[in-house]
Design a protein around this ligand. Structure first.
Ligand code: C2E
Ligand code: MG
Ligand code: MG
Length: 695
């Protein structure tokens, strides 16, 4: 190069030649500033393409105004691609100079500006050969948010549309490397090779971390090389997957403790049992129930109860180990299913280990709680071959554990099974008994302690069992309460007693009758309607009928007890507290409720006159509060003498008579009437018989 080339005029000439050359080109060239969305320079053809008056006018145009979001994202993507290397892209572009569409094939390359920023050199030539269909589809490919990529058979990337490039962590990455779990790629490819196309959801590494993509893949050929290729269309479905997973989690887990729930247990247990069968191993199922959990809820509130359950769940998981299923069935009931090895570890049997967990006190809301569990256990396959039979048998063992005094673990045994059979038989018999009218009310006379006259009677239910004969309530009342049939029986008792009172009054025996109520009856909304219409329906005199309730009914906050008792009282019915002294015996609530009498439990009466302090106190209290005192279970003259001396109002007991059939009771009343009118000997001699054993 000579010295002339170094001077200014030489540079000028060169520039002029270059300008002339560039302006004479049949291709449009321009430099686009991506950051500022404007053209920086363009040749004459570019001015024509853009329908611009001058380069200044073109440069002054704000391209951003007409630019769609997808185009601006794409340009950013190109900018990044240019930064990474010698990238070039070809696009079909349709411009609308003077409102007429002109389709151009544009090649983009990176162009570094003096200030170091990456701009874009665009080279456009008219595209004449393409059909409108091709043009539109090419446009759609650029704009779509679906990530479309073409890979060679060996997984090498051949093409990625802007959406795919925007998502890929590394655009040069082999297809398989994009999969967070390569086995998902291999499974996809297997299906693709078999069917030629397939659809699957997989976890893909992207610029934004691992995301769920729904991938539609199909085999095709590369239009350039003609070689085999795979076309992937991908959509990000992470949000959907997350909510799907959440829904699945909620369906299978208990929200409070995070433990698997019954649903999960029912799905999972069959697999665990099948595995155990195959391995020739046993499994143990523990059914656990917290003793007196209701008390925690009632005294400390439900939030404290919840906290306790969370802590129990945590402890159970620790004791059971990671292979076990620890699940919450609901309330304070949990199930653990462990295999042979976990059941019998060196720390002892799982039942004992769980019991030991509760040796450490639990702190809830600054309260130190001593909580104990009762546990029923059954073994697979000995006590059941499926979850349902294992649960039934563990439930039976749990029942036995509670019966035996709680805070213990019991295994299911065959004798429990026979108890269960008896119980099921009893339940079936009871349901039939109601329909076939096998129940009858017996009446145990109540005697005025001073006058020794019959003042009334307590109705006590009997069951004429077709095979077992006459059964006392101890044999069946608890079961009636447990299976709920007590409400139906209770309604029958109330109506029958009301009818009997009316019948006896009609025969000239104006005696009062009392009847026993179970706690569960007070949870029946129907009870109030029955009592409200009782006098009208049966013709009874409410002042001659007394409802015997236990102290536990007053403590049961689930039923509207106060409201019920007030209504009973308003209509004129009496209310007696039965078995008084054995329960809470709280003076405050006796004052709170409209009570007419207290029945002193047989337990206290039986120890008279030696241990008399409590009976003495109850009688004194009744006098003070103007309540009738009734001594239950009086069996001896000494007991009666003592009661008389204390001023007890009435008594019941074998000394006078056990509960007798209705006709016999009517006969007793008739005899008393005869004696009274004939002014015969006083009643002690007229006691029907002395009985020493319960009937
Ligand atoms: P309760 O209401 O305390 O009835 C008194 C029980 O003591 C009766 O037993 C009665 O036969 C028995 N008894 C009475 N005098 C003596 C005595 O001198 N010595 C002894 N050893 N026992 C005596 P029963 O009839 O077997 O009733 C037991 C319990 O069953 C009743 O206790 C009551 O709680 C319940 N029950 C009876 N009938 C009904 C009913 O219709 N409905 C409900 N819900 N429960 C009932
Ligand atoms: Mg009673
Ligand atoms: Mg009683």
């Amino acid at each position: 190069m000579n010295s002339v080339s170094e001077n200014g005029s030489s540079i000028k000439i060169k520039t002029q030649i270059a300008d002339r050359f560039l302006d004479g080109l049949d291709v449009a060239l321009w430099v686009f500033d991506i950051d500022n969305s404007c053209v920086l320079w363009g040749n004459a053809k570019a001015l024509e393409v853009w329908a611009a008056e001058s380069i200044e006018e073109l440069a002054s145009r704000d391209m951003k105004a007409d630019m769609s979001v997808s185009v601006s994202q794409r340009l950013r993507q190109y900018q990044e691609d240019f930064e990474q290397g010698d990238a070039a892209f070809t696009e079909l572009w349709t411009l609308y100079p003077n409102g007429k569409p002109a389709t151009l094939r544009v090649i983009y390359k990176g162009y570094r500006l003096d200030d170091g920023r990456m701009a874009m050199l665009c080279e456009a030539s008219p595209e004449l050969g393409e059909t409108p269909e091709t043009l539109r589809s090419a446009e759609a490919l650029l704009h779509t948010t679906v990530m479309i990529s073409l890979y060679a058979d060996n997984g090498k990337p051949l093409y990625q549309n802007p959406a795919a490039r925007a998502s890929n962590a590394d655009t040069g990455q082999n297809a398989e490397c994009r999969f967070a779990d390569r086995s998902e790629y291999r499974a996809l490819m297997q299906r693709l090779r078999r069917d030629g196309k397939c659809r699957a959801a997989a976890r893909i590494r992207t610029k934004n971390g691992v995301r769920w993509h729904e991938i539609t893949a199909r085999e095709c050929s590369d239009a350039v090389t003609g070689g085999g290729a795979i076309l992937f269309s991908e959509v990000d479905v992470s949000d959907l997957k997350q909510s799907e997973e959440r829904v699945r989690y909620l369906a299978d887990h208990d929200v409070l403790t995070g433990l698997p729930n019954r649903n999960f247990l029912q799905t999972e247990a069959p697999y665990r049992l099948a595995d155990a069968k195959q391995a020739g191993k046993t499994m143990t199922l523990l059914l656990l129930d917290l003793d007196r959990f209701k008390e925690v809820n009632d005294t400390l509130g439900h939030a404290a109860g919840d906290e306790l359950l969370i802590e129990v769940a945590r402890r159970l998981q620790t004791a059971a180990g990671s292979n076990a299923i620890v699940s919450r069935l609901g309330g304070d009931e949990f199930i653990i299913l462990v295999d042979e090895d976990d059941a019998n570890s060196v720390q002892g049997h799982i039942g004992c280990r769980v019991l030991e967990l509760f040796d450490d006190k639990i702190w809830v809301n600054n309260n130190e709680l001593r909580v104990t569990p009762s546990i029923g256990m059954s073994e697979y396959p000995k006590n059941g071959k499926d979850l349902s039979s294992l649960m039934i048998n563990a439930d039976l063992a749990l029942y036995a554990a509670k019966e035996a005094g709680k805070n213990r673990a019991e295994f299911f045994s065959v004798s429990l099974q026979s108890k269960l059979d008896d119980r099921l038989e009893l339940e079936a018999d009871l349901r039939r008994a109601m329909k076939e009218e096998q129940f009858e009310l017996y009446y145990q006379p109540k005697i005025d302690v001073q006058t020794e006259l019959i003042t009334g009677a307590e109705a006590l239910i009997r069951w004429h069992h077709p095979e077992k004969g006459l059964l006392n309530p101890q044999m069946f009342i608890t079961t009636c309460e447990e299976i709920g049939i007590i409400s139906e029986i209770g309604e029958w008792v109330i109506t029958s007693v009301a009818q009997k009172q009316c019948e006896l009054a009609g025969k000239g025996f104006p005696v009062s009758l009392s009847l026993n109520m179970s706690p569960r009856q007070f949870r029946e909304p129907r009870l109030i309607d029955l009592v409200l219409s009782l006098a009208r329906d049966t013709g009874c005199d409410p002042s001659m009928i007394e409802f015997e309730i236990t102290e536990s009914i007053l403590m049961d906050e689930q039923g509207p007890i106060t409201e019920y008792l007030e209504t009973f009282k308003e209509i004129g019915y009496g209310i007696a507290i039965d078995d008084f002294g054995t329960g809470y015996s709280n003076l405050a609530y006796i004052q709170k409720y409209p009570i007419s009498s207290l029945k002193i439990d047989r337990f206290f009466v039986s120890s008279l006159p030696d241990n008399s302090a409590i009976t003495h106190l109850i009688i004194a209290m009744c006098k003070m509060m103007n309540l009738k005192s009734v001594a239950e279970g009086v069996e001896t003259e000494e007991q009666l003498d003592w009661l008389r001396a204390q001023g007890c109002s009435e008594y019941q007991g074998f000394l006078f008579s056990p509960a007798v059939a209705p006709d016999e009771f009517a006969a007793l009343l008739a005899r008393q009437k005869t004696q009274a009118t004939g002014n015969l000997v006083k009643l002690p001699t007229s006691r029907p018989r002395k009985v020493t054993s319960a009937q």
